[in-house]
Design a protein around this ligand. Structure first.
Ligand SMILES: O=C(O)CCC(=O)C(=O)O
Ligand SMILES: [Fe+2]
Length: 254
């Protein structure tokens, strides 16, 4: 395999500090070419379409919910160099690595604009699934306005502060509080939202509390986002789920 970084695929001390401070970290061109080509093939086969035939694109498919990597070891969340970094961050405590690919199809009916607000994950239709870290990569290059993953740097501290003040709401009940809205987790962080524009196979790692969302694609190429999320192996324990440590990194290995 033609891997872009020498083993053992460890983050530097500077990268770890950056991740902790900003709640995200970008690994440029992290996925090797053969893996990317294989994922593209798997995705288009699943969609019953091809990049070259826009008239056959299933534009109503947003989350490819029943997508299964074949073989399972070829999954984004099982990519060995990425797992090596997840292990560095979580020791052997972070488990999972699954996630549904999401397509942002090219649109011409609405104008691109930066999303006004985002969300944090863990509160999907399947209920509350707490996790520690997510990773996103792209099957094709994503240019500005190309349906990129949008994130609000350092907002993991905002959600952390909120949950320290309201620990019982970490189960998602904050959404039922009168007057609450997602902008409260985006805070008034001066940097504002950023678009993850990147070459195919670049990876953004993001803390589970980081506010993020998808965006409109006004480019010609569909945005294929691949996702993986890891939870703590104790995330099934009620007490553990509701604990909001003052040290955000208490259950991390870094
Ligand atoms: O499509 C994206 O880039 C973001 C999607 C997202 O936030 C999610 O699935 O939770
Ligand atoms: Fe999300």
């Amino acid at each position: 395999m033609d891997l872009p970084h020498p083993p053992p695929y460890r983050l530097t001390a500077e990268q770890i500090v950056f991740f902790k401070t900003n709640g995200y970290l970008i690994l440029e061109r992290f996925i090797d070419k053969d893996t990317l080509i294989n994922w593209r093939e798997q995705l288009w086969t699943k969609l019953g379409s091809r990049l070259e035939t826009p008239e056959t694109w299933p534009r109503d498919q947003y989350a490819i919910n029943d997508f299964r990597y074949d073989p399972p070891e070829s999954a984004f969340g099982r990519y060995p160099p990425l797992l090596s970094i997840i292990e560095q961050l979580g020791g052997d405590a972070f488990v999972g690595g699954t996630g549904t690919p999401i397509v942002s199809w090219p649109r011409t009916d609405i104008a691109w604009e930066m999303p006004e607000s985002g969300h944090i994950d863990a509160y999907g239709p399947g209920g509350w699934s707490p996790f520690m870290i997510g990773a996103t990569t792209y099957a094709y290059d994503v240019e500005p306005g190309g349906g990129g993953f949008v994130y609000w740097p350092s907002t993991h501290h905002v959600a952390h502060r909120y949950f320290m003040d309201h620990p019982t709401q970490v189960d998602g009940s904050f959404r039922d509080i009168e007057g609450w809205n997602w902008k409260m987790f985006a805070g008034d962080v001066s940097e504002g939202p950023k678009e993850f524009t990147a070459a195919a196979g670049s990876v953004v790692l993001w803390h589970a509390y980081l506010t993020h969302t998808g965006s409109i694609n006004m480019r010609a190429t569909p945005r294929f986002g691949l996702f993986a999320r890891w939870s703590h192996r104790r995330c099934g324990e009620t007490e553990f789920r509701y604990e909001i440590p003052e040290d955000l990194w208490k259950y991390w290995a870094v």
